[in-house]
Design a binder for this molecule. Structure first.
Ligand code: FES
Length: 319
């Protein structure tokens, strides 16, 4: 984990239904470590757990980090404890910024698709593009209704006219934004998508004809949240040594490998960045990532989230 330091909460306020904004500053007024658009920081929340939150302010600001946190009733309590217990004036322990969703500034243009709280890294991106004079982007931001829309006033302002479309589905899947017209013709754009898992899977399924290097996802669903109650234990054989690593039902392949003393690179640990890509030598995998194409899935596996299809389906990986 990144180095942790204490930051003071300068501002804590609700900005939309269930969404709370926190502004963090150095207690002695010093500059904070710099970040770039798409970065996140780790925060120790009052339950003692560590949660990652995207920075949503313009990266040119060196005096503050701004995060927006959704109070997830269905979550594991970490974000609820942050929203309920942390007030202006409190100190929180924060990591230095890390980025597994970086903006490729060489892109001819940018297409941003955000759902709900997934707007947070994309706010930093569009603020950065605006402040550096780059107007080559479009944002489609999907929320339930106006009350649930963070940054509504800013995104509705004339400065973003023609570049930002806010779509409300009123909680009805039949009213969801039709993504296909946006994705049908890649036209040299880089796509950045952050939102609910179902939205990201739909975008992945509609971008099979895009260059893989032009499609970027960010997810704050950690590996534990990609597991289901039906998950079962299985084993992974390491092709180079023959070692067999048992993967319990509540553990990822990545964690099991580390428990067994292996060093495995990772970053997002949510199946979106590609860092843990491992060659799959043999076995039927249950792929849960958003990175691999259909063609790649017979050859590779993302060990942070994917699993074997059944208890009997031993996976053999190239390690
Ligand atoms: Fe990012 Fe596995 S660590 S995809």
């Amino acid at each position: 984990m990144a180095y942790m330091t204490a930051l003071r909460v300068e501002r804590a306020e609700q900005i939309a239904a269930g969404i709370h904004l926190f502004e963090l500053r150095d207690p002695d007024g010093r500059e904070l470590p710099e970040f770039n658009a798409g970065s996140h920081i780790a925060i120790v929340v009052p339950t003692g757990d560590v949660r990652k939150y995207s920075l949503c302010n313009d990266p040119c600001e060196r005096d503050r980090y701004v995060i927006a946190v959704k109070k997830e009733a269905a979550g594991r309590g970490g974000s609820i404890s942050l929203v309920d217990a942390v007030k202006a004036g409190d100190l929180v322990m924060s990591g230095t910024p890390e980025n597994s969703f970086a903006l490729d500034e060489r892109a001819a243009s940018f297409l941003f698709i955000a759902g709900g709280i997934g707007i947070t890294p994309i706010m930093a991106m569009i603020r950065h593009l605006k402040s550096t004079g780059c107007g080559r982007f479009k944002l489609y931001y999907c929320t339930r209704n106006a009350h649930a829309t963070a940054f509504l006033d800013e995104l509705s302002a004339p400065a973003y006219r023609g570049q930002v479309t806010i779509h409300h589905d009123n909680g009805d899947p039949a009213q969801a934004l039709d993504l296909w017209p946006l994705l049908e013709r890649p036209a040299g754009a880089h796509l950045y998508c952050c939102g609910p898992r179902a939205m990201m899977e739909a975008v992945r399924d509609m971008t099979g004809h895009w260059s893989r290097s032009a499609v970027h996802f960010e997810s704050f669903v950690d590996a534990a949240q990609t597991r289901t109650v039906e998950d079962h234990a299985f084993s992974v054989r390491l092709a180079r040594t023959g070692e067999v690593v048992e993967v319990p039902a509540n553990t990822s392949i990545l964690e099991a490998l580390r428990f067994s003393g292996h060093t495995v690179p990772s970053s997002c640990e949510s199946g979106t960045c590609g860092t843990c890509k491992t060659r799959l030598v043999r076995g039927a995998a249950d792929h849960r990532d958003l990175v691999l194409s259909e063609a790649e899935r017979s050859e590779y596996i993302m060990v942070c989230v994917s699993r074997a299809r059944s208890t009997e389906a031993e996976l053999v990986i190239d390690r």
